[in-house]
Write a protein that binds this ligand. Structure first.
Ligand SMILES: [Fe+2]
Ligand SMILES: [Fe+2]
Length: 194
């Protein structure tokens, strides 16, 4: 099975890892929120597309894995007495959502590709932490999460390709690589996950 061309067009400056390290309890709260939101938005696909059994099954599995990620991060936060924090808006994700078209079928294609590209960005950033974070135990933690995000990124793309065909999925994917790179460039790099 052919994998999508997932080379992202924007590379995160490794200085991000230092920012994360300096604000680690805040970063963990943001990370936990991202896992919880990923689970909720995967479940939204399950609710909204009951006529697409393969998508329902994939999205339900991913939702379950994202909840597990949330639980793992939250457990670590509790060990460190780091609090969960109220949600803040995510400019990066909101920018990507502006490119989702409103028509029924087109909307689904775009949503699947947004899910996929966000997972690939998660993979890129988790890998940065897995390679560069000062603490070895956290490097291992993020390495495991990175592997899971790679699977999610591929799974959403495969659903898009199965439903819409290779050519359409590939063509629109190229658009979303551009949109995603722009969203990264427009979003200031802080200690936050996005
Ligand atoms: Fe996750
Ligand atoms: Fe994920």
């Amino acid at each position: 099975m052919e994998r999508p061309d997932t080379r992202l067009l924007y590379q995160t400056d490794p200085i991000w890892v230092e920012k994360v390290h300096q604000n680690f309890p805040l970063f963990l709260a943001d990370h936990a929120a991202n896992e919880r939101k990923a689970a909720a938005s995967a479940m939204l696909l399950v609710v909204q597309y009951p006529d697409k059994p393969s998508l329902v099954s994939t999205a339900a599995r991913i939702a379950e894995e994202e909840i597990e990620h949330f639980r793992l991060v939250f457990q670590k936060m509790q060990e460190m007495n780091a609090p969960l924090l109220p949600d803040e808006k995510d400019d990066y994700v909101n920018r990507l959502h502006t490119h989702i078209r409103s028509g029924g079928e087109e909307r689904l294609l775009d949503r699947l590709l947004v899910h996929s590209v966000i997972e690939w960005r998660g993979l890129e950033r988790f890998y940065l932490l897995a390679e560069r974070f000062p603490d070895a135990a956290w490097r291992d933690f993020y390495k495991k999460l990175a592997q899971s995000e790679a699977n999610h990124g591929a799974s959403f793309y495969v659903e898009a390709r199965e439903i819409f065909g290779e050519e359409l999925a590939r063509r629109r994917w190229k658009d979303f690589l551009e949109f995603e790179s722009e969203a990264c460039r427009l979003t200031p790099l802080t200690w936050k996950f996005h």
